[in-house]
Design a binder for this molecule. Structure first.
Ligand SMILES: [Zn+2]
Length: 254
């Protein structure tokens, strides 16, 4: 049985194979975000860097439900914000934020952002997540708060400031707005978003119920190394990918 459990993310010899893989993971991530109710009108975007044209990224078309996105619906955007593959328009905010994150972080393959309820509720507090649960330790010392809100992000300078706030971490809480996560794989970025949203929910519930006791810094640090690695993030996404593909196989349509 152990040969069915992959220990690390796949590597590709062929760039076409790698591109297809990224697009499949991206379409699946949208279906999962839709399934979990992370969509809000036309807000939210997940991007995957193209494996060949490194300053281009794949993204959801503006106006299409996360719940209906297939591999063939994804659009490819160049560094100036033009759609170079696909016929649907692009969300300007998606370009402005994600282009700057991808540019500032060459290590990042994917970035995810949505207006999910617990993430945006937590973002009102303008405070980082506390190490209150084992899962939340994935973000211990590894996320930032962008303590500013200046309207819908339409200006490249604002995207740059968000990328600057993110720094070298895996996530940034955008005040009064929502969460943004990044990863070395689409799988990882999507998983950090899902688990961060749930960690926000857990902290809000805990604070509503009483006075939560945080995990000791030393233990939080140790746990961060266990649950917060690139491979751990990638691995956590695998059961969800298998489940959503089995439930909604049309997401793979090319
Ligand atoms: Zn947004």
């Amino acid at each position: 049985m152990t040969d069915r459990i992959p220990q690390t993310f796949p590597r590709f010899e062929d760039v076409e194979d790698e591109r297809r893989h990224r697009k499949q993971r991206l379409a699946a991530a949208f279906r999962l975000f839709g399934r979990f109710g992370f969509d809000e009108g036309v807000a939210g975007h997940i991007t995957a860097r193209d494996p060949e044209r490194l300053d281009h990224f794949w993204v959801n078309p503006l106006g299409m439900s996360f719940k209906q996105i297939r591999v063939k619906d994804l659009v490819l955007v160049n560094r100036t914000g033009e759609v170079v593959e696909g016929s649907w328009p692009l969300n300007r905010a998606a370009f402005v934020i994600h282009s700057q994150v991808h540019e500032a972080r060459p290590d990042v393959v994917a970035a995810a952002h949505a207006h999910s309820v617990y993430g945006k509720t937590f973002s009102m507090l303008r405070t980082p997540l506390d190490p209150l649960t084992q899962d939340a330790c994935a973000f211990y010392g590894d996320h930032a708060v962008f303590e500013d809100y200046t309207g819908v992000v339409l200006d490249l300078e604002e995207g740059k400031r968000i990328a600057h706030a993110l720094g070298g971490t895996k996530a940034v809480i955008l005040s009064n707005h929502g969460l943004l996560t990044v990863g070395h794989t689409v799988d990882e970025a999507a998983w950090w978003f899902i688990t961060m949203e749930r960690s926000c929910q857990a902290q809000l519930l805990g604070q509503a119920a009483g006075t939560p006791v945080p995990i000791d810094p030393e233990q939080a640090e140790l746990t961060a190394g266990q649950v917060g690695s690139h491979v751990a993030g990638w691995l956590s996404f695998q059961p969800m990918y298998d489940w959503i593909v089995e439930e909604q196989p049309d997401l793979l349509d090319e």
